[in-house]
Design a protein around this ligand. Structure first.
Ligand code: 5GP
Length: 127
């Protein structure tokens, strides 16, 4: 399956330094920064530097090095922001929206790291 990547998306511009961001963590293959419209006291976005549209694309085509780097970066962000469960952290939720059903707004793969308060049920029950 082909994935069409739009290099004019907002996160591509952030990666190129065309738009500022509040960086939380930089690694060889990943970048983490604060969400511009936070939905919780901690709301950080973790993105790969590579041109991947969504999690499915990343899982299918990223290198092992990129996947390991990204996964470790997410763990590090949880520790740094104090939302890693246990050890004093209160826990968190990780969200990766994709496509229409997932209501993904920015077509560059990203994981939301949310925490700092009790986040409530995962989704409202279907009516
Ligand atoms: P999505 O719905 O695609 O999973 O989430 C996209 C997220 O990107 C939203 O939470 C939105 O607030 C955030 N966002 C959109 N534009 C910008 C921006 O220019 N800078 C930052 N830091 N976050 C952004």
């Amino acid at each position: 399956m082909g994935y069409a990547y739009d290099d004019q998306n907002i996160f591509a511009k952030i990666l190129r330094g065309e738009i500022p961001n509040k960086t939380v963590l930089e690694t060889e293959h990943s970048l983490a920064f604060e969400d511009i419209q936070p939905l919780a006291p901690t709301h950080v976005l973790v993105i790969p530097r590579g041109a991947y549209v969504n999690y499915d694309h990343f899982a299918a085509e990223a290198s092992d090095a990129e996947i390991v780097d990204f996964t470790r970066a997410v763990g590090e962000v949880c520790r740094q922001t104090g939302v890693a469960p246990g050890g004093g952290g209160g826990g968190h939720r990780l969200i990766a929206n994709a496509g229409e059903a997932g209501v993904q707004e920015v077509p560059h793969m990203h994981l939301h790291v949310l925490g700092g308060r009790v986040l409530g049920r995962m989704l409202p029950k279907a009516g």
